[in-house]
Design a protein around this ligand. Structure first.
Ligand SMILES: *[C@@H]1O[C@H](CO)[C@@H](O)[C@H](O)[C@H]1NC(C)=O
Ligand SMILES: *[C@@H]1O[C@H](CO)[C@@H](O)[C@H](O)[C@H]1NC(C)=O
Ligand SMILES: *[C@@H]1O[C@H](CO)[C@@H](O)[C@H](O)[C@H]1NC(C)=O
Ligand SMILES: *[C@@H]1O[C@H](CO)[C@@H](O)[C@H](O)[C@H]1NC(C)=O
Ligand SMILES: *[C@@H]1O[C@H](CO)[C@@H](O)[C@H](O)[C@H]1NC(C)=O
Ligand SMILES: *[C@@H]1O[C@H](CO)[C@@H](O)[C@H](O)[C@H]1NC(C)=O
Ligand SMILES: *[C@@H]1O[C@H](CO)[C@@H](O)[C@H](O)[C@H]1NC(C)=O
Ligand SMILES: *[C@@H]1O[C@H](CO)[C@@H](O)[C@H](O)[C@H]1NC(C)=O
Ligand SMILES: *[C@@H]1O[C@H](CO)[C@@H](O)[C@H](O)[C@H]1NC(C)=O
Ligand SMILES: *[C@@H]1O[C@H](CO)[C@@H](O)[C@H](O)[C@H]1NC(C)=O
Ligand SMILES: *[C@@H]1O[C@H](CO)[C@@H](O)[C@H](O)[C@H]1NC(C)=O
Length: 504
């Protein structure tokens, strides 16, 4: 306990309680700005007396009880608590950019040093100390520095902070929007509602940590105003299990590439929590909690494309992102998770807008929310095993997608773009691999393009069908092979998407 308190306080000190701004020309060292909000750790005397009264001993005898605790960053955006679309015109548009050195990263053979180590069960190199095998990064005694170390790190964590802020607002908004009766009808108990409140609190901690990693107000970005597509409890949970899926997968896509191992460490410790949240929202939506063996990773530009449509405007001092917004892709027959027989899903059975638009509620006789029998009910539960799966290999999937050049995101200030030629394939990104299906029956009506494909049948390992759960599809101009570690190299080939396909 004492260790944990000391660690948390030390972290804040190392990251952000810096005395002054200095950029020393000789060493090139930079000291982050201090925060404008009060970051001083303080003692909550009410909490201290409460702990002492429960324990029945003086607070001074409970280790850590009287230690000061660091505060969370404020989420108050000039008093804004409204939601809805943005109608104004932006003064700045487009992603942050300078003068890119090229148009595509070259494909190279493996690094020769990666082909040397012999995992034959013996120690290949001398141990530095007893019980410490040689190797590892950040294991040689240098003091950890919890700070982004490159533009890649900065822009990745900034994207992460945009995601944490919307989750904080969304979880609170769900609690504020629906009545106790509506939650009860969806199968939620008072304890379940408290869990949503607790998950919102977790988000304020994540937003605080990521703000610290970005180096104070010079680098962090404030909370924005959001626009949500749901109208009912089930739709809200379906939207949230999709939004937390791209939040989690967005981090799995970049965390192993960060220059700062220290930042990756802290990020993992927050994303482990986010992953639990995603599963809980699936359970609240009455979906099978985890129908895959591995959670997939997606590139930052995919996560930003999925997130941007739900941010309506951000304060003037917001930091801008460098990632790409791809043209929007839509599945016209997105499997409807509110049906007990999703095979009967028709066209446009979603509510609202955007790549995470929730499945719309259907009449009671077709609804799984109204049922309570095993295999057909989708009331909130630890596990609901559908007798009729949401999707199946061989399913015809109908698609529509936009041309580039549309304004999206905060203050309509980002512009969708693609560097790809005409799309020919649908890429399916799930678990450890990608797979492709041909894009067929392509047509254009008005401003929208239409096409279709067939849901593939591939397995990660025997017994683990790869395409299941809340997963990702996009349109590409080529069918190159990728794994999670090099998937961002697909970006110059993406013509539209990604979109969250509700495979299961
Ligand atoms: C294992 O590999 C290392 C490095 O190539 C080598 O030095 C060592 O002799 C090998 N041990 C065995 C038991 O093969
Ligand atoms: C310790 O490891 C870091 C990389 O993790 C390296 O930059 C640094 O030079 C090493 N320091 C020593 C004293 O070997
Ligand atoms: C976005 O719009 C809001 C509301 O009009 C405005 O207050 C804010 O300054 C704008 N943000 C930026 C970054 O221009
Ligand atoms: C589910 O819907 C499909 C498509 O309409 C139909 O063929 C099937 O019989 C239905 N299943 C049940 C159990 O009603
Ligand atoms: C579904 O939406 C698409 C795109 O907005 C539209 O073209 C189509 O007519 C709609 N279909 C139905 C059945 O509503
Ligand atoms: C399911 O609902 C029916 C009708 O409302 C009710 O009679 C039955 O007791 C319920 N069964 C369970 C297991 O809750
Ligand atoms: C769960 O679903 C699977 C796949 O649809 C099915 O094979 C299995 O029998 C179901 N199990 C139960 C207990 O309903
Ligand atoms: C997804 O997994 C669930 C649970 O195992 C299973 O019932 C369902 O058939 C799977 N769906 C697909 C598309 O494989
Ligand atoms: C999927 O990815 C894993 C891990 O990179 C790899 O071992 C496996 O061969 C890939 N499977 C397919 C079917 O591409
Ligand atoms: C797609 O195109 C093929 C070949 O032109 C045609 O046979 C098929 O009916 C089309 N499918 C749909 C759903 O339009
Ligand atoms: C991505 O990595 C896989 C190995 O995991 C490799 O087979 C593939 O060729 C790489 N793709 C590109 C475009 O470099």
């Amino acid at each position: 306990m004492l260790f944990r308190v000391g660690f948390a306080a030390g972290l804040v000190a190392a990251v952000s309680a810096a005395p002054a701004v200095t950029t020393t020309a000789d060493t090139g060292e930079y000291t982050p700005l201090p925060y404008s909000y009060n970051q001083s750790p303080s003692v909550n005397s009410a909490a201290v007396s409460s702990a002492a009264s429960v324990a029945g001993i003086p607070a001074a005898e409970i280790p850590g009880a009287t230690n000061a605790v660091p505060p969370v960053i404020s989420s108050q955006v000039t008093g804004v608590t409204s939601h809805g679309p943005y109608t104004g015109t932006a003064t700045t548009t487009g992603a942050v950019s300078n003068s890119p050195a090229g148009t595509a990263i070259p494909v190279l053979p493996p690094n020769p040093t990666a082909l040397v180590y012999n995992p034959n069960g013996t120690l290949n190199n001398q141990e530095p100390i007893p019980y410490q095998p040689a190797g590892g990064l950040g294991t040689n005694g240098t003091e950890p520095v919890y700070r982004v170390q490159s533009d890649f790190d900065y822009m990745s964590i900034l994207l992460g902070l945009y995601q944490e802020w919307i989750e904080l607002d969304l979880f609170h908004n769900i609690l504020a929007t629906f009545s106790e009766e509506e939650f009860t009808a969806a199968g939620l108990t008072p304890s379940d509602r408290f869990l949503i409140e607790f998950m919102a609190d977790q988000e304020s901690g994540h937003a605080t940590m990521l703000s610290n990693l970005l180096g104070g107000p010079g680098g962090a970005t404030p909370q924005c105003t959001y626009n949500y597509p749901f109208k009912t409890v089930h739709e809200a949970f379906d939207f949230t299990q999709k939004l937390t899926r791209f939040g989690e997968s967005g981090v799995w896509g970049f965390q192993a590439h960060l220059d700062s191992r220290e930042v990756a460490q802290l990020l993992d410790q927050s994303i482990a929590t986010e992953a639990r949240q995603q599963m809980i929202f699936r359970q609240f939506a009455g979906l099978f909690p985890m129908p895959v063996w591995f959670e997939t990773g997606i590139p930052q530009s995919w996560a930003w494309t999925l997130l941007a449509p739900y941010i309506s405007s951000c304060p003037a001092d917001s930091k801008r992102l460098a990632w790409q917004n791809f043209p929007a892709l839509n599945v016209l027959n997105q499997p409807n998770s509110a049906r007990w027989n999703a095979s009967q899903t028709g066209l446009n059975e979603t509510t609202g807008f955007g790549p995470a638009a929730p499945s719309s509620d259907v009449p009671e006789s077709e609804s799984c929310i109204a049922r309570n029998d095993t295999g057909f009910s989708c009331k909130a539960a630890v596990s609901q095993n559908r007798t009729i799966p949401l999707s199946y290999p061989g399913r015809e999937v109908y698609l529509s997608w936009e041309e580039p050049g549309k304004l999206v995101g905060p203050n309509n200030s980002y512009v969708t773009d693609t560097k790809a030629s005409a799309p020919q394939f649908v890429i399916w990104v799930s678990q450890l691999n990608v797979t492709y299906s041909p894009l067929t029956n392509i047509s254009k009506q008005g401003e929208l393009n239409y096409g279709m494909t067939i849901q593939p049948d591939v397995s990660t390992y025997e017994g683990d069908p790869a395409i299941n759960g809340t997963m990702f599809i996009a349109l590409t101009d080529a069918d190159l092979p990728f794994t999670a570690f090099n998937l961002s190299m697909v970006n110059p080939h993406v013509a539209a998407g990604p979109f969250l396909y509700q495979a299961g």
